[in-house]
Design a protein around this ligand. Structure first.
Ligand code: 13P
Length: 252
C-alpha cells in the first residue's frame, strides 16, 4: 500500500514574510491530518523561515531545484549538501518549467537526481508531454524518453527512493485537468515501464503523483485511480484553505 503524497510547488511566489504567514495557516488547517505525506516546496529564499515555522510539525520541506555539484565556482546555484544541512527532505527535479525556460534536459535532470540521492534527499522527478506532443499521439514516447533519460543507471534500491510526478504540460496552470482516466492511463504506463526496467516490487513501491490544475474539486476522483498516489499542486497550493482541502481529499 503506497502512502499518498501531496506536495505544494509554490514556484516563484511568496516573499519570506508571506511564506511564514501561509505556513502558519497551513499548520492550523492540517494539524489533525494522518496517512498523507505533506510537502511544501517554497522558493530557496523562504526555506529557512518555513523550516523554522514547521518545527514540531509533520509537514516536510522541499526545494524546487538543486545543482549537481556539491560546492565550487557556480555563481547563483544551490547544492544538495546545503539543502540537506537546512533540513530539506525533498527536491523537485526536472519540472517542465525548468525544461522549457531554463534548458533543462534529461541529461541535467539525471545529474541533479544523482546529487539528490547521494546526499539523502528524496527526489520528485517530473515527466510529461506538451499539447503538440499529445495531439501528435506522442505522449507515451515522450514519457518513455523522460523516464529512460532521467532515471537511467539507477539501481532498484535507488529507484525506490524516487517519487515520480506526471505533469502534462497542457494541464499546468491552464485549468484544464487531465481527466482521471487520461491521467491513470499514463500512470499505468509509467508503472509498467518501472516493472520492465527494474522489477515488479520496485514498480509497486514507487509513488507517482499527478500534477496539472489539481483542485479540491478534482482531487478525490484523481486519487480514486489505482496508479495515482498523490498530487504536485501549483496554483491551489498558494492558499491554505485550498491546499488543506486537497490534502484532506487525498486521505484514502
Ligand atoms: P498548477 O496546479 O498551477 O496547474 O501547477 C501544476 C504544477 O506545475 C505543479 O508542479
Amino acid at each position: 500500500m503506497r502512502k499518498p503524497i501531496i506536495a505544494g510547488n509554490w514556484k516563484l511566489n511568496k516573499t519570506p514574510h508571506e511564506a511564514i504567514l501561509l505556513t502558519d495557516e497551513l499548520k492550523r488547517e492540517l494539524v489533525d491530518v494522518e496517512g498523507v505525506d505533506i510537502v511544501l516546496c517554497p522558493p530557496f529564499i523562504d526555506l529557512a523561515d518555513v523550516k523554522e515555522a514547521l518545527i514540531d510539525h509533520n509537514i516536510a520541506l522541499g526545494a524546487q531545484n538543486l545543482f549537481w555539484e556539491d560546492a565550487g565556482a557556480f555563481t547563483g546555484e544551490i547544492s544538495a549538501p546545503m539543502l540537506k544541512d537546512l533540513g530539506v527532505a525533498y527536491v523537485i527535479i526536472g519540472h517542465s518549467e525548468r525544461r522549457q525556460y531554463f534548458h533543462e534536459t534529461n541529461e541535467t535532470v539525471s545529474k541533479r537526481l544523482r546529487a539528490a540521492l547521494k546526499h539523502g534527499l528524496n527526489p520528485i522527478v517530473c515527466v510529461g508531454e506538451n499539447l503538440a506532443q499529445r495531439e501528435a499521439n506522442q505522449t507515451f514516447d515522450i514519457i518513455k524518453d523522460h523516464c529512460e533519460g532521467s532515471l537511467k543507471g539507477l539501481s532498484a534500491e535507488e529507484m525506490k527512493k524516487v517519487v515520480l510526478a506526471y505533469e502534462p504540460v497542457w494541464a499546468i496552470g491552464t485549468g484544464k485537468t487531465a481527466t482521471p482516466a487520461q491521467a491513470q492511463e499514463v500512470h499505468a504506463f509509467i508503472r509498467q515501464w518501472l516493472a520492465r526496467t527494474f522489477d515488479e516490487g520496485t514498480a509497486g513501491h514507487v509513488r507517482i503523483q499527478y500534477g496539472g490544475s489539481v483542485t479540491p474539486d478534482n482531487i478525490a476522483a484523481l486519487m480514486a485511480q489505482p496508479d495515482i498516489d498523490g498530487a504536485l499542486v501549483g496554483g491551489a497550493s498558494l492558499k491554505a484553505p485550498s491546499f488543506a482541502a486537497i490534502v484532506k481529499g487525498a486521505q484514502k
